[in-house]
Design a protein around this ligand. Structure first.
Ligand code: HEC
Length: 205
């Protein structure tokens, strides 16, 4: 090999070597900008836009507006202020979501994702070594069993559909159970209630 290619190789090796490990306080040279610099506000940050006197970058919805798809459904939630109740204050006794294979399957899927870790895939709850859910097993209080004949707490098995729906719609959850209001849509909550009933009926056989 003549001297020139050797020299070029050395230069390339040095140039590549410089990319590794070294730190620099000067900003990198941006030959291709891509979308690295954007005029945007990051969440939880302060805005300098002077019309927004509160300086929040995260804006509240304009007053009197409703986000698309968020209109309260009068059938699934007859009293928007009190989930699970009829306008006269009584608990909804019959699940208003029509029951078919699709809604039941949706309920099973959501139950398995959100509830089974504590209440168990079978809905038998419990804690300690006997617990049916991986997380419920370690829970400081016993997770309720949805099956009346087996559970010590028949109250939970005998709640109305509306009461189940209310537990899932509560913004604070129930005692040590976390809230699912923001994670599970109104229709999916009713689908889960259908599935709990299906589990209970299976348990009776
Ligand atoms: C992180 C564990 C955990 C998860 C996940 C969980 N639960 Fe619970 N749940 C509990 C515990 C613990 C209680 C008992 C709360 C108490 O009274 O201390 C409970 C109570 C309940 C009750 C009875 C409320 C009452 O009136 O006493 C219902 C109904 C219920 N859960 C349904 C569900 C459904 C449906 C899901 C899935 C969307 C779910 N839970 C997910 C832990 C959990």
């Amino acid at each position: 090999m003549s001297l020139m290619p050797k020299f070029t190789l050395l230069l390339v090796a040095l140039a590549l070597g410089a990319c590794r490990g070294g730190t620099s306080t000067s900003p990198p040279v941006h030959l291709v900008l891509d979308m690295d610099f954007q005029p945007k506000l990051k969440s939880q940050s302060e805005s300098s836009f002077e019309n927004w006197t509160d300086r929040r970058s995260m804006r509240l919805p304009a007053e009197g507006t409703v986000a698309r798809g968020s209109l309260p459904d009068p059938i699934l939630m007859p009293d928007p202020k009190s989930a699970g109740r009829n306008p006269d204050g009584s608990w909804i006794s019959r699940n208003p979501l029509s029951l078919n294979a699709e809604t039941l399957e949706r309920g099973r899927e959501r139950f398995d994702i959100y509830c089974s870790i504590c209440h168990g895939l079978s809905g038998r709850g419990g804690n300690g070594p006997e617990g049916h859910g991986l997380v419920g097993r370690r829970w400081p209080v016993a997770v309720p069993n949805f099956h009346a004949a087996e559970g010590k707490d028949n109250r939970v098995a005998n709640l109305t559909d509306g009461e189940y729906f209310e537990v899932l719609s509560s913004p604070v959850g129930r005692n040590t159970m976390p809230s699912y209001a923001a994670r599970i849509s109104v229709a999916d909550r009713w689908a889960i209630v259908h599935y709990i009933r299906a589990l209970q009926n299976l348990g009776k056989q």
